[in-house]
Design a protein around this ligand. Structure first.
Ligand code: ADP
Ligand code: MG
Length: 697
């Protein structure tokens, strides 16, 4: 609690006409209380001032002379009050003085220059600046602007001001609760979160005030204006809220009725104004007298609204605005007298702390429920009917929010109903089990994934190893084949050398090793006496031809690859079977050939040469196997006339159910057997048949 008398300050307005020295003097000794001395000139014939006295001295907290600017006024008068409001105390600054003495200029400010800003804008600026600096509390600021005119209250921030005349607007009325707290009905509180918002509200109020003002009805001088900043602060997490109000009051002119000199309507106004100021004076006198129990606050609206500011829970400051011109001296002396009385009033400012009623209600409701539950448990009053769907849903919601609540002190409040308690346990158990199952599933699927990956790797490794082995084998086979090929080439060369030597011995013209056909042609064209030699040579060269020819047709590597292919081929068994059949047919053909030879020897062989030519043709490219066209003889057919062949075995062979053509063999062995294999087989058959078919000749 802060006990303090109302602080009084004086501000002297600069005179309209300069050089009016000697009317007042300010004594501002640092050690003494500053005082203002008003000196009355002798010639002042006005009856309102005591002519017997020459000077009047008034003491003030501080006196601001004509040259004191708005900044000085704010710093010395308003700032300390604003500071105590920020600390949680109520505060009031009111300006008192006759019309034109500078009340509005001091409280609101002049409109001409920015530096003429008065106490209200400067205080707003200061408060919001301080709120921004202090992050330890949560502040909320509200603004209200009340005008009291003819004992009626008007809300200057009412948006209907523009559209309606002052009389049509809803009046602000005073309500008093049992604790004698004053409440103002129809006065709106506007929240302002920034200085700008608060200033806009001030300008709105001032504009509305000016709209009501006409030259005929200068309400501004006859009305009281109370601009109030409502500040509440709260520490985070605390239920205690501090409320503080700062009233910035611009009172109506304090001049007396008699001096207004008006009648009719305006006189009524003046009466009202002065009545309210009169009641203000009454309140102040009552407060300044020590043992007065009754203070007539209720006599006027203004004193009711400012009840806390006057002798109550408030730190109040008064600014006496003085216009110390000759004609205004009497009013100035009255103002100073009033101030002297005000200075006697003691206020007791306390911190306006309260527990947030909403929080209190919540706490009490909780307490009631707990007590009810406790009572139900103690009395054993238990319900047996099943919980409804809605109740179950509600419980599950409660459990979910309880589980999600990060606050370690949070509780699951289900009351003393055992059905609910049991359901909560069941539900929690279910949630726990579900979670376990989910975890197991994820763990097993993870491990499965790992297990799957490992055999895959293992298999891949095995495959690669097998491929490597296979490649090694292939390389080995190829190397072996190469060696064999080399060896066989050497053998062939050796054999060819032997043949040449033998041939030289028998005086026969040499034939080229690489051309067995030529050798054979030579042999066939030789004399019958040389048949034995030719037979040996023919056999050998046929063998050689077979070897070399085969090599030409199919290299050893290919043969070996072919063998592997045959062995691995799925139809190898069929191929083998077919080979057997082929062999059997071949032996049959051979037998038939022999019987033909026998028959021929009986008939006589007339065209030996033609037969040989036929054989040669066969080697040169005619792929049909040649047999003698049994009995169909042609005299000296032209040699190598492939367009008109005289030789054909096809028909005969077909007659025997055998067609020795590559196409036949291919279809006989199966489509899976490559063509080159068919041709190779065919070649073998031709070779064998040749040799055997030739032998009897
Ligand atoms: P009131 O509100 O008391 O009737 P005003 O504040 O309207 O008086 O002041 C009347 C005139 O005097 C205004 O034009 C205002 O600008 C001027 N005035 C008042 N006080 C001062 C001051 N201290 N310095 C300069 N001009 C002032
Ligand atoms: Mg004014």
């Amino acid at each position: 609690m802060v006990k303090q008398t109302i602080q009084i300050f004086a501000r002297v307005k600069p005179p309209v006409r300069k050089h009016q020295q000697g009317i007042y003097s300010i004594d501002e000794d640092e050690k003494l209380i500053p005082s203002l001395e008003i000196i009355l000139p002798r010639d002042l014939a006005d009856g309102f001032v005591n002519n017997k006295r020459e000077s009047y001295k008034f003491k003030f907290q501080r006196i601001f002379d004509q040259d004191a600017n708005q900044e000085t006024i704010f710093e010395n008068i308003a700032k300390p009050v604003a500071g105590s409001v920020l600390a949680g105390y109520n505060g009031t600054i009111f300006a008192y003085g006759q019309t034109g003495s500078g009340k509005t200029f001091t409280i609101t400010g002049g409109a001409e220059r920015y530096s003429d800003r008065g106490i209200i804008p400067r205080t707003l600026s200061y408060i919001f600046e301080q709120l921004q600096k202090d992050s330890s509390k949560i502040y909320t600021t509200h603004i209200s602007y009340l005008e009291i005119y003819n004992e009626c209250g008007y809300d200057l921030l009412d948006p209907r001001h523009e559209a309606s005349s002052l009389e049509d607007l809803p009046k602000v009325t005073i309500l008093e609760d049992p604790d004698q707290n004053i409440h103002l009905k129809n006065l709106t509180l506007h929240q302002a979160t920034t200085e700008e918002e608060a200033l806009n509200l001030l300008f709105l109020g001032d504009t509305n005030r000016m709209i009501a003002e006409t030259p005929m009805n200068q309400a501004s001088t006859r009305s009281h204006c109370i601009f109030t900043i409502h500040l509440s602060s709260k520490e985070p997490g605390s239920a205690t809220v501090r409320h503080a109000k700062l009233h910035l009051v611009d009172l109506a002119g304090s001049e007396r009725v008699a001096k207004t000199g008006v009648g009719g309507h305006l006189l009524t106004e003046a009466k009202y104004i002065n009545l309210s100021l009169h009641y203000l004076e009454q309140v102040i006198i009552a407060l300044s007298e020590k043992h007065r129990s009754h203070i007539p606050y209720r006599n006027s609206m203004m004193t009711s609204v400012l009840r806390d500011s006057l002798g109550g829970n408030c730190m109040t400051t008064m600014i006496a605005t003085l216009s110390l011109e000759k004609r205004n001296l009497d009013e100035s002396i009255s103002t100073c007298r009033f101030a002297q009385r005000v200075a006697l009033i003691k206020n007791e400012a306390v911190l306006n702390e309260e527990i947030d009623p909403r929080l209190v209600i919540k706490r009490l409701q909780k307490e009631i429920q707990e007590l009810k539950d406790e009572l139900a448990m103690v009395t054993g009053e238990q319900r047996t009917e099943a919980l409804t769907e809605a109740e179950l849903l509600q419980l599950e919601k409660l459990i979910t929010s309880f589980l999600e609540d990060q606050d370690p002190e949070s509780r699951l409040e289900v009351g003393a109903d055992m059905r609910k308690v049991h359901h909560c346990f069941h539900h929690l158990k279910k949630l726990l089990n579900d979670k376990k199952i989910l975890e197991n599933n994820t763990v097993s699927s993870e491990s499965k994934d790992q297990d799957c990956q490992e055999p895959l790797k293992e298999e891949e490794y095995r495959k690669l190893r097998d491929i490597l082995k296979q490649r090694d084998n292939e390389i080995n086979i190829l190397v072996n084949m190469l060696k064999k090929e080399k060896k066989k080439a050497q053998e062939a060369l050796h054999l060819a050398g032997m043949d040449r030597r033998e041939f030289r011995h028998s005086q026969s013209p040499p034939f080229r090793l690489g051309n067995p056909e030529e050798g054979q042609r030579m042999r066939l064209s030789s004399a019958p006496s040389q048949a034995q030699d030719f037979s040996i040579l023919g056999k050998r060269s046929s063998l050689l031809h077979k070897k070399i020819g085969m090599r030409e047709e199919m290299s050893l590597g290919r043969q070996e690859a072919f063998e592997i292919f045959k062995r691995d081929h799925a139809d190898s068994v069929t191929i083998d079977d077919n080979k057997q059949i082929l062999k059997q047919r071949f032996s049959e053909a051979k037998a038939l050939g022999e019987s033909i030879n026998e028959a021929r020897s009986k008939i006589g062989y007339r065209d030996r040469r033609g037969f040989k030519e036929g054989l040669r043709l066969l080697r040169d490219g005619d792929m049909s196997i040649m047999c003698r066209d049994g009995g169909q003889q042609h005299d000296k057919p032209p040699l190598r006339d492939s367009t008109q062949p005289r030789w054909t075995t096809k028909r005969n062979m077909e007659a025997r159910g055998l067609q020795f053509s590559p196409a036949f063999l291919h279809s006989f062995l199966g489509s899976a057997v490559p063509a080159y294999f068919v041709f190779s087989c065919f070649y073998l058959v031709v070779q064998n048949f040749n040799i055997r078919g030739e032998n009897p000749m």
